[in-house]
Design a protein around this ligand. Structure first.
Ligand code: F6R
Length: 364
């Protein structure tokens, strides 16, 4: 049911505070500064023995896996690789004995992800799933997992399932970290950041009108660049994918520093850049990327949680609430979802059923 919303995508964007709460309900252990999961089927000893994690997924879920790589490596200190399921299943890559495989899939029915899981299981690896659709084929066949409980996602472009995957990966990085060597104090801070996230998401959603007017001003552009560093790089990829999918505008995501190795040639008055600028140690570097774009007459939209960015540095500045690094990618995603949504609406696109796309891809 659409209720007051014009499209399922907008409804699902607005459902994110609840979807996130559903993802952490019953899974936070405040007193021990950790998270708990009922169905991983891994003992603490098993977890200490993991040498490597391989995350396998497609599309938006692959982007959440890339953010997961940063989170798990940072907080659990376990090396992580992320592969497209379609590549993994045919590549026969050598794998370490003590590798944990994580598959991520909203639908739980994506054939490439399912076959990648079967391939990993055939070789004896323990595969856990981060899945939204309860009872789906991937969920039934894997060795353990974490359900997202986001509720059904109808819009073809994934929104609430993506941010819920990010939150679960953040919780998993706390849990793996606390089972290995993340401190009690750091664990407590992260758990508190997760618990209070839905309020910050609600505040971020209030940016809707501001973003709608920015969307109107930029909808005529034919190309966009999305730039971000570290864990904001996959968020840039996701922003570009959302825009492509529902508005049919060409968009590319890049690590901000890679721009000078080629994509900078694209920059002109007609190719705006959306730059994600978190208030962290990358801030100055990101602002110098912004200046490189501006020096070539490129328009810049900054998405940030810093209150100190001089207004003259960008054409538009969208400010989200400040948050802990482990949940910040979620808050940075929301303006990108709204921007692509309102651009697509402005162009009169079929937002919930974009051309050539299906909600779950069951062909190879
Ligand atoms: C993008 C999108 C797709 C899916 C991909 C994997 O908005 O929805 O890229 O993320 O097809 O689907 P699941 O997560 O169902 O395996």
């Amino acid at each position: 049911q659409l209720g007051d919303f014009e499209h399922f995508m907008l409804k699902e964007i607005n459902e994110q505070p609840l979807a996130l709460e559903n993802a952490f309900r019953g899974r936070l252990n405040m007193s021990e500064g950790t998270c708990k999961f009922g169905g991983l089927n891994l003992s603490r000893k098993n977890i200490r023995q993991i040498d490597r994690i391989l995350i396998v997924a497609c599309g938006t879920a692959w982007h959440s896996g890339l953010v997961g790589e940063y989170l798990i490596e940072k907080y659990s200190r376990i090396p992580v690789e992320v592969e497209y399921a379609s590549e993994f299943r045919y590549r026969n890559a050598p794998m370490d004995k003590n590798t944990l495989v994580i598959v991520i899939s909203q639908s739980g029915e994506t054939i490439d992800t399912l076959e990648a899981q079967r391939e990993a299981q055939r070789k004896g690896y323990h595969v856990i799933g981060i899945i939204n659709n309860v009872g789906s084929t991937i969920a039934r066949e894997n060795d353990g997992g974490i359900y997202q409980h986001s509720g059904p996602e109808i819009g073809v472009a994934s929104t609430k399932a993506f941010t819920s995957q990010l939150l679960i990966l953040s919780m998993l990085s706390v849990y793996l970290g606390r089972t290995r060597d993340l401190s009690y104090a750091d664990g407590c801070q992260m758990v508190e950041a997760i618990r209070t996230l839905p309020k910050l998401v609600e505040q971020t959603l209030e940016l809707g009108e501001e973003i709608q007017s920015i969307a109107k001003a930029y909808a005529k552009n034919k190309d966009f660049l999305f730039l971000g560093r570290l864990e904001m790089f996959p968020i840039a990829l996701e922003g570009a994918l959302k825009l492509k999918e529902i508005s049919y505008i060409h968009a590319e995501g890049y690590p901000a520093a890679e721009m000078k190795h080629g994509p900078i040639a694209l920059i002109s008055e007609d190719c705006p850049s959306i730059v994600i600028v978190p208030d962290d140690e990358t801030l100055k570097k990101n602002l110098s990327s912004v200046q490189e774009v501006r020096a070539r007459k490129g328009k810049v939209i900054i998405i940030t949680d810093s209150y100190d960015i001089p207004a003259h540095l960008a054409d538009e500045i969208i400010t989200v609430p400040k948050s802990h690094n482990c949940v910040r990618p979620i808050l940075m995603t929301i303006p990108l979802q709204l921007l692509s949504y309102y651009i697509a609406v402005e162009l009169g696109r079929d937002v919930d059923k974009p051309r050539n796309l299906a909600k779950s891809v069951t062909v190879e």
